[in-house]
Design a binder for this molecule. Structure first.
Ligand SMILES: *Cc1c(COP(=O)(O)O)cnc(C)c1O
Length: 420
């Protein structure tokens, strides 16, 4: 099994662990910022301007959002809490896209009050939004397009026609006609059909699909869409040996499609945006735990002091996350199930995995936890969510979220003697 490199040394990690305690998620700030810059660079050619609206759900920590804002990113939100996080770090107005589904009226109201671009998930939400806002639609609106059978599905999201999201193709035309007739002045179009996709062509095809649709809407309805949101879904190489998506190549190929389709149709300058989350923070996060126990029964087990409450992806989707034992990478390897402590047999970070054979007390690093890691945390079995660390290199780091305490855990109960 090929290795995956770590950006920090074991002694740097032990120093943090000694002060903060394990487990914790560590995020590599310099690497995250360098990646954000490369992403912007790949789309620097967009005549109407490019922006990635970071999908806040991937890593909803304001310190990370602040760094991404400094790199020019906006926010993609789908709840009031996510809107408030953006507001707190100064991601405001049209730097926010509100893409929700099955949305309560208060969320539309808050998004509108903040000046976010509202991205509607369904044609009936036009009337719902109008009522929620006291009878007047915003001047600028976006629709989420679901191409159904016109686009092949991808592994995580599945077939578009089985996804609960978005408008059908017919509804897109009907929807813009309604907006136009109601006096909406500015229009945007969005789609999100992939998740964790590593094939660069998939994103170029998605862009081409939206370019063609924007041209058709313009020709049939006279509605001039000014912003296309290609969604998120760029994957990351969770497994050693997988290739990251070549952003520069995707940028170049989308540029050719833009010049071939939008420019001759009179739709340039068109703003191009995306709302990637996973690829922005995922590869730069690490869950750091210690080995509590080793056990040999019908199989060999390594038990960590973290569990699926800290990282749910392996249990939820059977996802691969690479496991490194920094102190033992040069030594013998052995096949283990790497487990947490929940009373759930699927609380395993890795199954039948050959890893460097650890000793009790060793630090174990689980890779690629910077998206949907801490964020998916939960408290089943009374497990507490861990701290989060923003690492600046060397001995420099900031504690950007403390670990939960039992007092936090019991805070919503009012019962004598339960304080933690
Ligand atoms: C989750 C989500 C994203 C981000 O997807 P990634 O796979 O993290 O890039 C973008 N848009 C919407 C609507 C989402 O739900």
């Amino acid at each position: 099994m090929p290795a995956k490199n770590l950006p920090f040394t074991l002694s740097q990690l032990e120093n943090i662990a000694a002060k903060v305690g394990t487990p914790f998620h560590l995020y590599d700030e310099a690497a995250l910022r360098a990646n954000a810059r490369a992403f912007n660079q790949a789309f620097a050619w967009v005549p109407g301007g490019f922006k990635n609206f970071y999908a806040v759900k991937a890593l909803p920590n304001p310190h990370v959002l602040e760094a991404l804002k400094q790199e020019g990113f906006g926010g993609d939100c789908s709840s009031i809490a996510e809107l408030l996080l953006c507001e707190a770090v100064g991601i405001r107005g049209s730097d926010i896209v509100f893409t929700s589904n099955d949305t309560p009226a208060e969320e539309f109201q808050k998004a509108h009050e903040m000046g976010a671009l509202i991205n509607l998930d369904d044609i009936t939400h036009i009337a719902f939004l109008e009522r929620a806002l006291g009878g007047k639609l915003p001047e600028f609106l976006c629709f989420r397009y679901n191409p159904g059978p016109l686009k092949a599905g991808n592994a995580i999201i599945g077939k578009p026609e089985e996804a609960k999201y978005g408008f059908t193709r017919e509804q897109i035309f009907e929807g813009y006609r309604i907006l136009r007739d109601k006096g909406v002045k500015r229009f945007a179009l969005h789609t999100m059909v992939a998740s964790n996709e590593l094939n660069p062509d998939y994103f170029v095809e998605t862009a081409q699909m939206l370019f063609d649709l924007a041209v058709e809407v313009f020709q049939k309805l006279g509605v001039r869409i000014e912003l296309l949101n290609l969604g998120g879904g760029i994957g990351i190489p969770y497994r050693p040996g997988q290739q990251a998506v070549d952003l520069a190549r995707v940028g170049r190929d989308i540029r050719s499609a833009y010049e071939r389709t939008l420019t001759p149709a009179g739709l340039a300058p068109m703003r191009i945006t995306m709302e990637c989350g996973r690829m922005v923070t995922g590869p730069y996060g690490y869950l750091v735990s210690r080995v509590l126990h080793k056990k040999a029964t019908y199989k060999n087990y390594v038990g960590l002091d973290s569990c699926m409450a800290n990282l749910m992806r392996p249990a939820l989707y059977g996802s691969y996350h690479h496991v490194t034992v920094p102190a033992r990478e040069c030594g013998a390897r052995k096949v283990y199930d790497v487990t947490g402590s929940l009373c759930e047999n699927n609380d395993k970070f890795a199954i039948d995995r050959e890893i460097a054979d650890p000793e009790i007390g060793d630090l174990v690093v689980i890779h690629d936890t910077g998206a949907h890691g801490h964020a998916m945390g939960f408290n089943y079995n009374g497990k507490l969510r861990s701290a989060e660390i923003l690492w600046q290199g060397g001995a420099d780091y900031r504690l950007i979220r403390r670990a939960e305490t039992l007092a936090d855990h019991f805070a919503t109960l009012d019962y004598p003697g339960l304080k933690g």
